[in-house]
Write a protein that binds this ligand. Sequence first.
Ligand code: SF4
Ligand code: F3S
Length: 106
Amino acid sequence: PYVVTENCIRCKHTDCVSVCPVDCFHEGPNFLVIDPAVCIDCGVCEPECPVDAIRPHDRLEADQMQYLTLNEELSQVWPLIMEKKDALPDAERWAGTPGKFAELIR
Ligand code: SF4
Ligand code: F3S
């Protein structure tokens, strides 16, 4: 499956949602995750993310590995999101900021 990683936190642009053919994105307060059981590995979401937060599971960096289980876990609890919405208000400021894992709201 594809995996949403740290750069999405506090940005949440949601461009990814509008292209997914199988609706596998789930939404939390400041982050999105992909349900790995539903993702068909089509790859169309990856280039849509303005902050490059989406990767296939086999191209994750070592420090992104924790996001594999995080996507699996949170997609079971967070509601589906099927339409694009506005990015979070401070998205520009948080884009590419390191250490955003600490900012994740579950
Ligand atoms: Fe959806 Fe395709 Fe992205 Fe999987 S790879 S989340 S199926 S758009
Ligand atoms: Fe997040 Fe990028 Fe989608 S910021 S909501 S993964 S378009």
